[in-house]
Design a protein around this ligand. Structure first.
Ligand code: ADP
Length: 798
């Protein structure tokens, strides 16, 4: 009998007539959480927590009655048991049987649960193992526009194509096999419309682990998915558009995208009107961008709604956003107070913003008779966030698109400019390599673009100019422009002169360069210079010949005239010795002049042809100079000029050609005498140093104008070119002197001041010849007189 009691799901407890528990079946033991050993012999008072002592008697009184007794579990939880009291024999003793069921503690009813399920936005349903619908809530029925009765007992194959049915079956199988719930993203095509659902499926099992059914909910995520996809697509588009090479993508159509999203929102919220207004920062106001359904009516003729950002975020208005408002409050809303709100029951403004940047608002409205089915505020905030990203991305993408277009356009323009430019334009990196070259490089230098781009610029620069030409000068500052004329090597080997200018652009680390081929210009210039030189030479030659003819004619005329005079005197027998001597002197002087002229011409032409040689030997140069100075003393005396000689050493042996040193000195002295007036001074000074002997001839004569100082050493360079010049001369003396000084390894220079005098200074380096040659020619002194006569022959007064 007891084993039967134990199998019964109803609770059975048996008490002795003293109220002691003498039996408790397994169902009740389990519910009260006692072991049989613990509960037996306890008084009923202990499990009912009753304060009445006479419970037992009351129970007896209640025999055959239905009452609710309070029991307490071991852990003190109250269990109300709807009990029947029976007095019956148990183990041959009269005992009290309490048989009962737990009072239903649920405060809700089946109806309540159904109401709940039918009024949530989420579809809920239950299927069996084969996918047969056992239950479906209203949202689920609405998907198919069918009644619950239609749905229950039906299969997916009634509603969906094979493909979708298979997918649902696979999903169901998965949760069954895994015996655990799972979330699926499911694409459903209902009446040709595609919907995306996020469904949660959970297999349920009884306590014996037998499968009962699958309970499931499904939420429509079409809008969220569409919005997310749009965000992703736009992100991708922006990224692709950033790729400089791929700018063929068309502008993203923001209007179309937002209209589609707007339609989805209307579908989802069942609102009657939706608009998207974009904020214009410059104009400080909102511009209607999208108007759907009733919004067209409310925003009719509205092009601009002034409003300032600080107002939108002000304490006063802040709370007016992102919440649905009902009729009485609508006119307080910041935007709705400026538009037609007639016939509206509900309205809301949701802010579109991203990282504190206010982009615009979305308005939602419901007309009278319609109302929001669910609170969509959180959902709309989420959508607004995504929409903000889409707008930002599209704007960015369009901006990049426009910039790329502009860049491409500028590129093309630059390309065209480079093509037509007469210059060789290039960009050279700091590494010295060409980065870009214009087509003219090929035309002018014969190198192809790819050849130029693969070599450093130094490679084609003339080696002599490479040093000057550095493209990676660490001292280069931004915007520094350098200009050079550089020779570049043509591919066929010859060099081309380029007038080169380059500017350094530091942030790009490149030099922008422009160059022009000036080889032809240089050739023309060279030819012009040659021509000018030839003309100049011709002029000089002509002058020289006219000078020479004058130089020759004057003494020759005097010679002829004198001879005629002598002949006439002979014919007239009028020979006077004194007179004859005078005439012979004229003949001698003018013959010397001719001889000097011829000597100078011969020397100059020898020098020109390089056959003029020094006959050098070791000489006491002090003696050579002193002797020749002393030998002109007669001339200076005749001209009433004071001649001074000074030296810092008495003897200095050096290797020189004494004849040429005399020639130098005679020339300088004869010039000094020629240009120094009476009572003037001529000073010859020798200053011997360690390396050189420095000789100067200084006079207090007419001096030489500054601008002539440079030309007097040139051949035929005369300060006074007029015919009636003070003294005769061919203008080749000083050029000869200069050559002679330079042949000795020295240099000559002059300092002079007009009306104060001139000073010619030359140096002869001191050196000795190996062989001890001392063949100083003592006859030379005797030759001096004649040499002087010849050299001084053009001083008239002689
Ligand atoms: P020239 O045979 O004409 O004297 P030079 O070559 O000796 O030729 O001199 C060139 C010119 O230099 C002279 O014509 C003269 O004008 C000027 N000159 C040379 N020496 C002097 C000097 N000591 N004082 C002034 N002018 C001088």
């Amino acid at each position: 009998m007891l084993s039967i009691y134990n199998k019964i799901s109803d609770y059975i407890i048996v008490l002795s007539c003293t109220g002691k528990i003498i039996f408790c079946n397994e169902s009740l033991l389990k519910r009260l959480n006692y072991n049989i050993g613990d509960i037996l012999d306890l008084n009923i008072l202990e499990v009912t927590k009753s304060k009445e002592n006479n419970v037992k008697d009351r129970l007896i009184e209640l025999e055959e009655m239905n009452i609710t007794l309070d029991f307490y579990t071991k852990s003190n939880e109250l269990v109300k048991i709807n009990s029947n009291i029976i007095i019956e024999y148990f183990n041959n003793e009269k005992s009290i049987f309490i048989i009962g069921k737990e009072v239903d503690s649920k405060s809700y009813t089946m109806e309540m649960l159904e109401d709940l399920l039918d009024n949530i936005k989420i579809a809920a349903f239950i299927t069996n193992e084969d996918g047969k619908y056992l239950y479906a809530n209203k949202s689920f029925n609405d998907i198919f526009n069918l009644t619950r009765e239609d749905i229950i007992g039906s299969y997916n194959s009634y509603y969906f194509k094979d493909e979708i049915c298979k997918e649902i079956e696979v999903n169901n199988r998965e949760v069954l096999n895994n015996k655990s719930p799972k979330i699926f993203n499911q694409k459903l095509v209902v009446n040709e419309n595609v919907h995306w659902y996020k469904s949660y499926k959970c297999p349920l099992y009884d306590k014996n682990n037998r499968f009962k059914y699958i309970v499931a909910i499904a939420e429509n995520i079409s809008l969220a998915k569409a919005v997310s996809e749009e965000v992703y697509k736009n992100f991708n588009r922006t990224m692709t558009n950033s790729d400089y090479n791929d700018i063929k993508h068309h502008n993203a159509d923001l209007n179309k995208i937002l209209s589609n999203i707007g339609e989805c929102i209307l579908d989802c919220t069942q609102a009657d009107g939706l608009s998207i207004l974009m904020y214009d920062n410059g104009k400080e106001g909102l511009i209607p961008f999208i108007k759907l359904k009733n919004a067209n009516k409310h925003l009719k003729n509205i092009k601009f709604i002034p409003c300032r950002i600080d107002n939108i975020y002000s304490e006063k208005y802040k709370s007016h956003f992102n919440t649905m408002y009902s009729k009485g409050q609508i006119s307080n809303l910041p935007i709705y107070n400026q538009i037609c709100i007639e016939g509206l029951d509900y309205a809301a403004n949701y802010r579109i913003e991203l990282s504190n940047e206010f982009i615009g608002i979305i308005t939602l409205s419901y007309i009278s008779g319609n109302s929001p089915k669910y609170n969509s505020d959180e959902y709309m905030k989420h959508i607004c966030n995504k929409i903000a990203m889409i707008i930002k991305n599209i704007r960015l993408s369009n901006q990049v698109f426009a910039e790329n277009k502009m860049r491409k356009y500028t590129e093309i323009e630059l390309e065209q400019y480079l093509k037509v430019s007469a210059d060789l334009v290039s960009m050279v990196g700091k590494d010295g390599y060409f980065k870009r070259v214009s087509p003219n490089w090929y035309k002018v230098l014969g190198w192809k673009e790819e050849e130029l781009l693969s070599m450093p610029i130094d490679y084609i620069v003339h080696p002599k100019e490479a040093e000057n030409f550095r493209m990676n000068n660490s001292r280069d500052n931004d915007g520094d422009i350098t200009r050079h004329i550089i020779r570049f090597r043509h591919k066929n080997g010859h060099y081309v002169h380029l007038e080169w200018s380059s500017m350094y652009i530091s942030n790009q680390g490149v030099y922008v360069t422009a160059a022009r081929d000036i080889t032809k210009n240089l050739e023309i210039e060279r030819e012009k210079r040659n021509l000018e030189e030839a003309v100049q030479l011709e002029i000089v030659k002509n002058e020289f010949f006219s000078n020479m003819s004058h130089e020759f004619r004057t003494p020759i005329n005097i010679l002829i005239g004198t001879m005629q005079l002598i002949n006439k005197n002979i014919e007239q027998n009028n020979l006077d010795i004194e007179n004859l001597k005078k005439h012979l002197n004229y003949i001698k002087q003018n013959s010397y002049r001719l001889l000097r002229l011829v000597n100078n011409l011969i020397d100059i032409s020898k020098m020109d042809t390089g056959v003029y040689e020094l006959r050098s030997s070791n000489q006491n140069i002090i003696n050579v100079i002193e002797d020749i100075t002393v030998s002109v003393a007669d001339y200076t005396k005749d001209n009433k000029i004071n001649l001074i000689f000074d030296t810092n050493v008495e003897e200095l042996i050096t290797c020189c050609d004494p004849d040429k040193i005399e020639r130098i000195m005679l020339n300088l002295l004869s010039n000094a005498i020629k240009y120094t007036p009476e009572n003037g001074y001529i000073e010859v000074d020798i200053n011997a140093t360690e390396k050189d002997v420095i000789i100067s001839v200084k006079d207090t004569g007419t001096g030489i104008p500054d601008d002539k100082l440079d030309i007097i050493f040139d051949r035929f360079g005369q300060v006074d070119g007029s015919f009636n010049r003070m003294c005769e001369g061919s203008g080749i003396g000083l050029s000869l002197v200069k050559n002679l000084v330079e042949m000795h390894g020295g240099k000559i220079n002059v300092t002079s001041k007009v009306n104060e005098g001139s000073k010619f200074t030359f140096n002869i380096p001191i050196k000795l010849k190996e062989e001890n040659n001392k063949d100083y020619d003592f006859d030379r002194k005797f030759k001096h007189v004649e040499r002087c006569d010849i050299e001084f022959s053009d001083i008239y007064s002689v």
